[in-house]
Design a binder for this molecule. Sequence first.
Ligand code: FPP
Length: 239
Amino acid sequence: MTTPAHVAIIMDGNGRWAKARGLPRVAGHRAGVEALRNAVRAAGDLGISWLTVYAFSSENWSRPKSEVTDLMGLLKLFIRRDLAELHNAGVRVRVIGDRVTLQPDIRNLLEEAESLTAGNTSMNLVIAFNYGGRDEIARAARRIAEAVERGELSSNDVTAEFLDEQLDTAGMPDPDLVIRTSGEIRLSNFLPWQSAYSELVFLPCFWPDFTREHLAEAVREYTGRERRFGGLAERDIAL
Ligand code: FPP
Protein backbone atom coordinates (compact mmCIF):
# COMPACT_ATOMS: atom_id res chain seq x y z
CA MET A 1 0.00 0.00 0.00
CA THR A 2 1.21 3.53 -0.73
CA THR A 3 1.86 6.42 1.66
CA PRO A 4 -1.30 7.37 3.57
CA ALA A 5 -2.84 10.61 2.28
CA HIS A 6 -4.34 11.43 5.67
CA VAL A 7 -2.74 10.66 9.02
CA ALA A 8 -4.55 11.56 12.25
CA ILE A 9 -2.74 11.57 15.60
CA ILE A 10 -3.90 11.32 19.20
CA MET A 11 -1.03 13.11 20.93
CA ASP A 12 -1.18 11.34 24.28
CA GLY A 13 1.19 11.07 27.23
CA ASN A 14 2.31 14.65 27.87
CA GLY A 15 1.39 14.41 31.55
CA ARG A 16 3.18 11.10 32.11
CA TRP A 17 6.25 12.38 30.24
CA ALA A 18 6.38 15.34 32.63
CA LYS A 19 5.72 13.22 35.72
CA ALA A 20 8.56 10.85 34.82
CA ARG A 21 10.87 13.87 34.91
CA GLY A 22 9.45 15.42 38.08
CA LEU A 23 8.12 18.34 36.04
CA PRO A 24 4.69 20.04 36.10
CA ARG A 25 2.17 18.79 33.53
CA VAL A 26 2.42 22.03 31.57
CA ALA A 27 6.07 21.20 30.82
CA GLY A 28 4.81 18.04 29.12
CA HIS A 29 2.34 20.04 27.03
CA ARG A 30 5.10 22.51 26.07
CA ALA A 31 7.32 19.65 24.96
CA GLY A 32 4.26 18.30 23.14
CA VAL A 33 4.02 21.46 21.06
CA GLU A 34 7.65 20.99 20.01
CA ALA A 35 6.88 17.40 19.03
CA LEU A 36 3.91 18.69 17.03
CA ARG A 37 6.16 21.13 15.11
CA ASN A 38 8.50 18.27 14.23
CA ALA A 39 5.59 16.01 13.27
CA VAL A 40 4.22 18.60 10.81
CA ARG A 41 7.65 18.93 9.14
CA ALA A 42 8.13 15.17 9.06
CA ALA A 43 4.66 14.61 7.59
CA GLY A 44 5.44 17.09 4.81
CA ASP A 45 8.74 15.33 4.09
CA LEU A 46 7.00 11.96 3.93
CA GLY A 47 4.47 13.26 1.39
CA ILE A 48 1.48 13.09 3.74
CA SER A 49 -1.11 15.61 2.46
CA TRP A 50 -3.37 15.72 5.50
CA LEU A 51 -2.31 15.69 9.15
CA THR A 52 -5.02 15.94 11.80
CA VAL A 53 -4.03 16.31 15.46
CA TYR A 54 -6.15 16.02 18.60
CA ALA A 55 -5.08 19.11 20.56
CA PHE A 56 -8.02 19.60 22.96
CA SER A 57 -11.03 17.36 23.38
CA SER A 58 -14.52 18.38 24.48
CA GLU A 59 -13.84 16.23 27.55
CA ASN A 60 -10.61 18.09 28.45
CA TRP A 61 -12.70 20.85 30.09
CA SER A 62 -12.98 18.54 33.10
CA ARG A 63 -9.25 18.96 33.85
CA PRO A 64 -8.14 21.44 36.53
CA LYS A 65 -8.79 25.02 35.45
CA SER A 66 -5.07 25.85 35.47
CA GLU A 67 -4.34 23.04 32.99
CA VAL A 68 -7.17 24.15 30.69
CA THR A 69 -5.75 27.68 30.79
CA ASP A 70 -2.28 26.31 29.99
CA LEU A 71 -3.60 24.39 26.96
CA MET A 72 -5.49 27.45 25.68
CA GLY A 73 -2.33 29.52 26.14
CA LEU A 74 -0.24 26.98 24.24
CA LEU A 75 -2.66 26.98 21.31
CA LYS A 76 -2.45 30.78 21.15
CA LEU A 77 1.34 30.66 21.34
CA PHE A 78 1.50 27.95 18.68
CA ILE A 79 -0.61 29.98 16.26
CA ARG A 80 1.20 33.26 16.98
CA ARG A 81 4.67 31.73 16.71
CA ASP A 82 4.21 29.17 13.98
CA LEU A 83 1.56 30.55 11.66
CA ALA A 84 4.05 32.49 9.50
CA GLU A 85 6.28 29.44 9.10
CA LEU A 86 3.33 27.19 8.30
CA HIS A 87 2.08 29.73 5.76
CA ASN A 88 5.53 30.05 4.13
CA ALA A 89 5.71 26.28 3.87
CA GLY A 90 2.37 26.26 2.01
CA VAL A 91 0.46 24.58 4.81
CA ARG A 92 -3.28 25.15 4.94
CA VAL A 93 -4.56 25.22 8.54
CA ARG A 94 -8.08 24.07 9.33
CA VAL A 95 -9.79 23.65 12.66
CA ILE A 96 -12.47 21.14 13.64
CA GLY A 97 -14.48 21.16 16.86
CA ASP A 98 -17.05 23.40 18.49
CA ARG A 99 -15.93 27.02 18.26
CA VAL A 100 -19.05 28.58 19.70
CA THR A 101 -18.03 27.88 23.30
CA LEU A 102 -14.42 29.10 22.89
CA GLN A 103 -13.17 32.49 24.09
CA PRO A 104 -13.46 35.14 21.35
CA ASP A 105 -9.67 35.72 21.24
CA ILE A 106 -9.04 32.02 20.55
CA ARG A 107 -11.83 31.92 17.99
CA ASN A 108 -10.36 34.94 16.21
CA LEU A 109 -6.89 33.38 16.13
CA LEU A 110 -8.25 30.14 14.70
CA GLU A 111 -10.16 32.06 12.06
CA GLU A 112 -7.08 34.12 11.24
CA ALA A 113 -5.01 30.95 10.78
CA GLU A 114 -7.66 29.49 8.48
CA SER A 115 -8.17 32.59 6.36
CA LEU A 116 -4.45 33.42 6.00
CA THR A 117 -3.64 29.92 4.79
CA ALA A 118 -6.86 29.22 2.84
CA GLY A 119 -5.09 29.31 -0.53
CA ASN A 120 -2.20 26.99 0.44
CA THR A 121 -1.96 23.64 -1.24
CA SER A 122 1.24 21.86 -0.20
CA MET A 123 -0.22 20.24 2.92
CA ASN A 124 -3.22 20.44 5.28
CA LEU A 125 -2.87 20.67 9.05
CA VAL A 126 -6.19 20.05 10.78
CA ILE A 127 -6.28 21.01 14.45
CA ALA A 128 -9.00 19.27 16.44
CA PHE A 129 -9.69 21.77 19.21
CA ASN A 130 -12.66 21.54 21.57
CA TYR A 131 -13.42 18.49 19.45
CA GLY A 132 -15.38 15.39 20.36
CA GLY A 133 -16.75 12.97 17.78
CA ARG A 134 -20.10 12.47 19.46
CA ASP A 135 -20.51 16.21 19.88
CA GLU A 136 -19.63 16.74 16.19
CA ILE A 137 -22.27 14.21 15.11
CA ALA A 138 -24.87 15.65 17.52
CA ARG A 139 -24.25 19.20 16.23
CA ALA A 140 -24.65 17.99 12.64
CA ALA A 141 -27.82 16.05 13.54
CA ARG A 142 -29.26 19.16 15.17
CA ARG A 143 -28.60 21.29 12.07
CA ILE A 144 -30.19 18.60 9.88
CA ALA A 145 -33.25 18.37 12.16
CA GLU A 146 -33.64 22.15 12.01
CA ALA A 147 -33.52 22.08 8.20
CA VAL A 148 -36.18 19.32 8.18
CA GLU A 149 -38.32 21.37 10.58
CA ARG A 150 -38.05 24.38 8.27
CA GLY A 151 -39.19 22.14 5.41
CA GLU A 152 -35.91 22.63 3.51
CA LEU A 153 -34.92 18.99 3.71
CA SER A 154 -36.74 15.67 3.60
CA SER A 155 -35.76 12.88 5.98
CA ASN A 156 -35.07 10.73 2.89
CA ASP A 157 -32.21 13.10 1.99
CA VAL A 158 -30.31 12.05 5.11
CA THR A 159 -27.93 9.46 3.71
CA ALA A 160 -24.47 8.58 5.02
CA GLU A 161 -22.93 10.72 2.24
CA PHE A 162 -25.15 13.65 3.19
CA LEU A 163 -24.36 13.36 6.89
CA ASP A 164 -20.66 13.14 6.03
CA GLU A 165 -20.91 16.55 4.37
CA GLN A 166 -22.52 18.09 7.47
CA LEU A 167 -19.64 17.18 9.78
CA ASP A 168 -16.78 19.52 10.73
CA THR A 169 -14.61 17.46 8.37
CA ALA A 170 -16.81 18.12 5.30
CA GLY A 171 -14.68 18.02 2.18
CA MET A 172 -11.74 16.31 3.89
CA PRO A 173 -10.72 12.74 3.09
CA ASP A 174 -11.18 10.16 5.87
CA PRO A 175 -7.99 9.35 7.78
CA ASP A 176 -6.13 6.40 6.30
CA LEU A 177 -4.06 5.94 9.42
CA VAL A 178 -4.77 6.90 13.03
CA ILE A 179 -1.80 6.91 15.41
CA ARG A 180 -2.02 7.08 19.19
CA THR A 181 1.02 7.49 21.40
CA SER A 182 1.53 6.59 25.09
CA GLY A 183 0.47 2.95 24.88
CA GLU A 184 -3.28 3.54 25.40
CA ILE A 185 -5.32 1.43 22.99
CA ARG A 186 -8.51 3.36 22.35
CA LEU A 187 -9.82 6.20 20.17
CA SER A 188 -11.32 8.40 22.91
CA ASN A 189 -14.01 10.04 20.77
CA PHE A 190 -11.52 11.07 18.05
CA LEU A 191 -13.04 10.99 14.54
CA PRO A 192 -15.34 7.99 15.28
CA TRP A 193 -17.34 8.45 12.06
CA GLN A 194 -14.37 9.22 9.83
CA SER A 195 -12.11 6.45 11.14
CA ALA A 196 -14.59 3.62 10.39
CA TYR A 197 -12.07 2.06 7.95
CA SER A 198 -8.83 3.62 9.17
CA GLU A 199 -5.81 1.54 10.06
CA LEU A 200 -4.84 2.04 13.70
CA VAL A 201 -1.28 2.10 15.02
CA PHE A 202 -0.57 2.39 18.75
CA LEU A 203 2.94 3.42 19.80
CA PRO A 204 4.30 3.07 23.34
CA CYS A 205 6.25 6.36 23.37
CA PHE A 206 4.85 9.45 25.10
CA TRP A 207 3.91 12.25 22.70
CA PRO A 208 6.81 14.61 23.59
CA ASP A 209 9.22 11.80 22.58
CA PHE A 210 7.55 11.32 19.19
CA THR A 211 10.05 11.84 16.36
CA ARG A 212 10.03 11.62 12.58
CA GLU A 213 11.29 8.04 12.96
CA HIS A 214 8.14 7.13 14.89
CA LEU A 215 6.01 8.63 12.12
CA ALA A 216 8.01 6.76 9.48
CA GLU A 217 7.64 3.54 11.52
CA ALA A 218 3.85 3.96 11.74
CA VAL A 219 3.66 4.65 8.00
CA ARG A 220 5.75 1.51 7.31
CA GLU A 221 3.37 -0.52 9.46
CA TYR A 222 0.44 0.98 7.51
CA THR A 223 1.95 0.22 4.11
CA GLY A 224 2.31 -3.43 5.13
CA ARG A 225 -1.40 -3.79 5.90
CA GLU A 226 -4.19 -4.84 3.58
CA ARG A 227 -7.27 -2.62 3.50
CA ARG A 228 -10.46 -4.20 2.21
CA PHE A 229 -13.18 -1.68 3.22
CA GLY A 230 -15.58 -4.56 3.83
CA GLY A 231 -14.83 -6.17 0.44
CA LEU A 232 -12.47 -8.98 -0.49
CA ALA A 233 -8.76 -9.00 -1.18
CA GLU A 234 -8.07 -9.00 -4.94
CA ARG A 235 -6.48 -12.46 -4.79
CA ASP A 236 -9.71 -13.91 -3.30
CA ILE A 237 -12.17 -12.36 -5.74
CA ALA A 238 -11.90 -15.10 -8.41
CA LEU A 239 -12.32 -17.91 -5.87
C1 FPP B 1 -2.62 14.32 26.11
O1 FPP B 1 -1.69 14.19 27.12
C2 FPP B 1 -2.51 15.57 25.45
C3 FPP B 1 -3.43 16.57 25.51
C4 FPP B 1 -4.65 16.52 26.32
C5 FPP B 1 -3.23 17.79 24.78
C6 FPP B 1 -2.41 17.70 23.54
C7 FPP B 1 -1.73 18.97 23.43
C8 FPP B 1 -0.49 19.19 22.93
C9 FPP B 1 0.35 18.18 22.25
C10 FPP B 1 0.12 20.49 23.08
C11 FPP B 1 -0.81 21.56 22.72
C12 FPP B 1 -0.86 21.77 21.27
C13 FPP B 1 -1.66 22.72 20.80
C14 FPP B 1 -1.62 23.09 19.35
C15 FPP B 1 -2.58 23.38 21.71
P1 FPP B 1 -2.20 13.97 28.60
O2 FPP B 1 -2.14 15.28 29.28
O3 FPP B 1 -3.54 13.33 28.58
O4 FPP B 1 -1.10 13.02 29.14
P2 FPP B 1 -1.29 11.88 30.24
O5 FPP B 1 -2.32 10.93 29.69
O6 FPP B 1 0.07 11.28 30.32
O7 FPP B 1 -1.71 12.57 31.49
